[in-house]
Design a protein around this ligand. Structure first.
Ligand code: SF4
Length: 116
């Protein structure tokens, strides 16, 4: 079985083909560099994403937030449940930690905007 993946590690966007025999990766082609191979391997075995969303402010507004490192894609609905329980009071500075160590591996949810 073959899977086509577009590498998003840099703007070149190489089309990488991963060939599988069952669960085993037998070849990775189409990548221009080693980062592409690592990306493809990760996409197959444990895909990750930077999470972006918003949290509520006490006055009814919303604050845009993101994870400060990629999180396991399959766990994102679980993380969103936790994040959406948070209500934040102004002022908030960009980079402030809104939720610390959300995954137990040191990934924080941080503000991506100043709100005064
Ligand atoms: S394989 Fe290398 S050159 Fe191609 S998109 Fe990925 S990081 Fe960029």
């Amino acid at each position: 079985m073959e899977r086509e993946i577009i590498c998003t590690s840099c703007p070149m966007g190489c089309h990488v083909t991963v060939t599988m025999n069952g669960e085993e990766i037998t070849s990775i082609t189409g990548n221009t560099c080693a980062r592409g191979e690592r990306y493809a391997r990760s996409e197959i075995t444990n895909p990750t994403r930077t999470l972006t969303t918003t949290v509520a402010l006490t006055d009814g507004g919303v604050l845009p937030v993101k994870s400060d490192a990629p999180l396991a894609k399959k766990e994102i609905p679980h993380y969103l449940e936790q994040i959406h329980e948070v209500i934040v009071e102004r002022p908030v500075l960009m980079g402030d930690i809104i939720l610390e160590d959300i995954d137990g591996n040191g990934v924080n949810i941080i503000a991506t905007q100043n709100v005064f």
